[in-house]
Design a protein around this ligand. Sequence first.
Ligand code: PLP
Length: 373
Amino acid sequence: MSLPYLRPDLLQFTAYAPHPQGNDATPPPAAIDQLDTNECPYDLPPALKQRLAWQYQQEIAANRYPDGSHGELKRAIATYVQASSGLAGITAAHISVGNGSDELIRSLLIATCLGGEGAILVSQPTFSMYAILAQTLGIPVISLERQPETFELDLEAAERAMAQAEVPVRVVFMVHPNSPTGNALTPAELHWLRHLPETVLVVVDEAYFEFSQQTTGADALRRPNWLVLRTFSKALRLAAHRVGYALAQPPLIQTLEKLRLPYNLPSMSQAAARLALAHASELLAIVPQIQAERHRLIEGLRPYPQLRVWPSQANFIYARPSQPQGLNLDTLTHRLRQQGTHIRHTGGGLRITVGSPAENQRTLARLIPWLES
Ligand SMILES: *Cc1c(COP(=O)(O)O)cnc(C)c1O
């Protein structure tokens, strides 16, 4: 049914499906290994959940709006970034907090490109939300293919695309390390990004920073056209609470503050984020285990030449069939789903989240029979 008051360009979109469903009627298995959205495999420890429940009972007034300034949370984030990234200059004035980094991406698009002012540049395969959110705002997306061997951006093609763009490119979005391919930005890519004109905003999405330990935070402090995105949804185990943040110089941060909804972050989410930061070293103690398990998954798949597996700096691995016609990835992901292992078929390959040791064991046990023939 068409609704004649709607923008006609919205007709071509479908709502985002985080866990695309198979199309048969097989009932789902009782236990599911959710390895398709790159979350941490472990919930908050029970003692921290109890703390949070206690705070809800004793300290949070449900009838009152949340802290719309995010003051205490921003100061806690600044302390965490200083300590974990060695960025002494970061203060609350360098931080804006969003309802997930997705909200910040939308605010950035509104601030830079809305109303025909600009286009964005992304390099595929990459995080899908940049292009999805841009398109819902009528913002043109220039998509470049990454190099097939290394997943690096083709810098000459990027130069050309920017020079020829009908609408000027105002934002380049890069994930560091990239999802789904797991590669961090190279020195050549960083050099290119650092030499873009100041009319172009560089957004470096560091959602997987805690796993890679690589950051461009110093650039965000130094350069007016550089912004780093981070999230509590991955290593800090708070995907349920939707908290992301941006690091940039204060004038850009103030612009994001103008654009966001006044009470964008519920009191419980602010409390959960502050609690996670107060216990960051405890929560992040699992990072070495995830890194070791990542290695185990990669090594476990290495003997099977049908599948090519790339190194990864994040909490997932990425693999593609060595021969284009070699494996039917749709069928494979569907069968794994029937067995209870959810992985992501994206960008021409498989993105598999590193889970708990038991989950990873099942991933290998269910995947390897496909590779033995
Ligand atoms: C998971 C992820 C995020 C997190 O988004 P939130 O809205 O903060 O949950 C952001 N960027 C990338 C590249 C991701 O993979």
